[in-house]
Design a protein around this ligand. Structure first.
Ligand code: TXA
Ligand code: MG
Length: 322
C-alpha cells in the first residue's frame, strides 16, 4: 500500500506531488528517516500525529532546504545565525520564536510560540524540500515511543499502509536524531543531545546549558521540551544498561571487546568509536529485538561524552520503565 520511491528525479517529483496534495511521505535525512507532511497544512499535520499515534502536545520539527528559508519563518538572532553558519546543513535543530506572519500551522508546534527548524544534510531531502517549496514537518518515522528508523525498511516495519510513500535514500549515516538547541530564551539550552555534540555547540556559542535528563527534569523542564518523555526508543525486549556480564538468554549490544556468554551479539563498534556506534544503534536494538526467545537486551557501557551523550540518552530512555 505504501509506495517505495527511489531517490531519482522521478521519485523526488512523485514524493513532492504527494506532499503538496497533503499526503504523508517518509524521507531519509542524515540522522534518521522523517515522517513528512506539509507543515502549513493542518490536516496533513494532524495525519502525522495520527499515523505515529503521537501525543498532540509533542511539537514537530520543520525542515527547510536552506537557512534563508528557515529564517523567514522564525526570529533568528545573531546566535542562531552563527550556529546555522557553522552546523547547517547538518544534525542541529534550533528552537526559535515564530515570526509574526509564519505560515506554519499552529498544530505543527503544538500551539507553542516557538518553532523548531532544521536544514538537513541529505541531497535527496534538499531536492525534495526545494521541489515542495513549503516547510515539511517531520518527526522520526516510527510509531510513537518505538525505535527510530535509519532505513526505508525500518520505516515500513512500523508505518506500512499508514503513509502514502517512502523516499528511499539509503541508510542514515549519523544514526541518532538532531541535537535540539533552544535559543528562544536568554541562555542557549540543549534540550536533546544528538548528532552535533555539546562540545561543538560550546565551541561555537560559548556557554550552553544541557537540560537535565528526563528522569531528573521537573515539570517545568518537561513542558519546555514536551518530547523528552522518559520511555521512548523502546524495543519490545527490556533493556539493561552498563552490563558487566551477559546471561545466556540475553542479547548483547556490544561496544568494544564483547562480553562472553550472550545468546546473540550485535557489535556497535569493536574499535569503541562513538560515531560508528551512533550510526548502528537503532539497527542494533531492532536486530536484537527480532531474535526469538531473548529475556532482554544487555548493553555494554559507552563513554558519556561527544556523540556518546546522544547514544546514552537514547539508551536510557529505551531502558526506562514503560
Ligand atoms: O533528526 C531529527 O531531528 C529527526 C529528523 C527526521 O529530522 N526528527 C526528529 O523529530 O527527531 P522528533 O519529532 O522525533 O523529535 C523532535 C524533538 C522532540 O523532542 C520535540 O519535543 C522537540 O524536538 N521540539 C520540537 N519543537 C519544539 C519546540 N517548539 N520547543 C521545544 N522542543 C521542541
Ligand atoms: Mg522521535
Amino acid at each position: 500500500m505504501t509506495e517505495l520511491l527511489s531517490p531519482t528525479r522521478d521519485g523526488i517529483l512523485r514524493a513532492a506531488a504527494l506532499l503538496t496534495a497533503g499526503e504523508l511521505v517518509a524521507f531519509g535525512t542524515e540522522t534518521v528517516y522523517g515522517l513528512g507532511g506539509d507543515a502549513t497544512n493542518p490536516q496533513a499535520v494532524a495525519a502525522i500525529f495520527a499515523a505515529k499515534e503521537r501525543p498532540r502536545f509533542n511539537p514537530l520539527i520543520c525542515h527547510y532546504p536552506s537557512a534563508e528559508a528557515a529564517f523567514a519563518h522564525v526570529e533568528a538572532d545573531a546566535r542562531a545565525r552563527l550556529a546555522a553558519a557553522r552546523f547547517w546543513p547538518g544534525p542541529l535543530t534550533l528552537v526559535l520564536r515564530r515570526a509574526p506572519h509564519c505560515p506554519v500551522a499552529l498544530l505543527t508546534g503544538a500551539g507553542l510560540d516557538t518553532l523548531a527548524v532544521r536544514v538537513p544534510a541529505n541531497p535527496v531531502a534538499t531536492a525534495l524540500l526545494r521541489a515542495v517549496g513549503r516547510p515539511i514537518a517531520g518527526p522520526s518515522a516510527n510509531r510513537s515511543g518505538r525505535v527510530s528508523p535509519t532505513t526505508a525498511a525500518h520505516v515500513l516495519d512500523g508505518l506500512d499502509g499508514r503513509i502514502a510513500a517512502v523516499l528511499d535514500s539509503g541508510p542514515c549515516p549519523v544514526g541518532v536524531e538532531s541535537t535540539v538547541l533552544d535559543l528562544s530564551g536568554a541562555d542557549p539550552v540543549m534540550l536533546r543531545p544528538g548528532g552535533v555534540t555539546l562540545e561543538d555547540l560550546q565551541a561555537c556559542l560559548g556557554s550552553v546549558r544541557s537540560a537535565p535528563p528526563p528522569a531528573a527534569a521537573g515539570a517545568g523542564e518537561a513542558l519546555r521540551s514536551p518530547g523528552m518523555l522518559s520511555s521512548h526508543y523502546a524495543p519490545a525486549c527490556p533493556v539493561r544498561l552498563n552490563a558487566a556480564s551477559a546471561a545466556a538468554d540475553e542479547g548483547l549490544l556490544a561496544f568494544g571487546t564483547p562480553l562472553p556468554g550472550a545468546a546473540a551479539t550485535f557489535q556497535l563498534s569493536v574499535a569503541g568509536d562513538t560515531a560508528e556506534a551512533a550510526a548502528r544503534l537503532f539497527d542494533g536494538l531492532r536486530s536484537l529485538d527480532r531474535v526469538a526467545g531473548l529475556r532482554g537486551i544487555a548493553v555494554m557501557p559507552i563513554p558519556d561524552a561527544g556523540l556518546g551523550r546522544a547514544i546514552n540518552d537514547r539508551l536510557r530512555r529505551a531502558a526506562a520503565p514503560r
